[in-house]
Design a protein around this ligand. Structure first.
Ligand code: SAH
Length: 205
């Protein structure tokens, strides 16, 4: 995995070390375990996927974590991205709308002793107000536009990384709050499952 990540110009030693430490094979379905370290995404349940390691690395890198942040992740899925984040910051709140996935991720993260990750079940387009403000927010599902509650829950100087675009293809964007204003940067195209919810795609779309 080091090669998958380094070759694409992410040379953050702390980040690479965390990828070596977090056991990705526990987060993929048992039948796919021998492909856990492949250079691609893998299916979870009910249309969800665990992202490609490089995409997890790139999005984590874009959050510019220094170690003291409270981070919100929207779209827990397997819990793998949350586990990676937990090693680079103080507290991670992660929210998943699918109850089965939320429950499974919560159990696994507890069993593996990722004690600074808090898994919640619900509509993450509303954020998770109880943990706010967040110095970093990561959305790992494709949004039609920025959910306003996430901007509201972002701290001053906070970073929000989110795929924005269509239900199948999006562009990675980073939003930053500074002096009461919001700045947006565009990155590369990605393909996430749709972000469904009040400030996301509606179920029937
Ligand atoms: N980060 C995950 C992969 C995310 S896949 C990992 O590391 O494995 C995207 C997930 O977002 C799916 O599990 C999907 O159920 C979830 N999702 C979609 N809309 C959501 C919403 N409004 N709130 C929370 N989770 C949502």
């Amino acid at each position: 995995m080091r090669d998958q990540i380094e070759r694409r110009k992410i040379r953050d030693l702390r980040l690479l070390e965390v990828f070596r430490r977090v056991p990705r094979h526990w987060f993929v379905p048992p039948a796919l375990r021998d492909r856990a370290y492949d250079d691609g995404p893998l299916p979870l349940d009910e249309g969800s996927t665990i992202s490609q390691p490089y995409i997890v690395a790139a999005m984590t890198f874009m959050l510019q974590l220094e170690g003291s942040e409270t981070v919100l992740e929207v779209g827990t899925g397997s819990g793998y991205q949350a586990a990676i984040l937990s090693q680079l910051t103080r507290t991670v709140h992660t929210i998943e709308r699918n109850p089965r996935l939320a429950q499974r991720a919560a159990r696994l993260l507890a069993a593996l002793r990722f004690d600074n990750v808090f898994v919640h079940q619900g509509d993450g387009t509303l954020g998770w107000p109880d943990g706010a403000p967040y110095q970093a927010i990561l959305v790992t599902a494709g949004a039609p536009k920025i959910p306003k509650p996430l901007i509201d829950q972002l701290d001053e100087n906070g970073r929000l990384v989110i795929p924005v675009g269509g239900p199948r293809e999006q562009n990675l964007e980073r939003w930053r709050k500074s002096g009461g204003r919001i700045y947006r940067e565009h990155f590369f195209p990605v393909a996430f499952v749709p972000l469904l919810g009040e400030f996301g795609w509606k179920e029937e779309e």
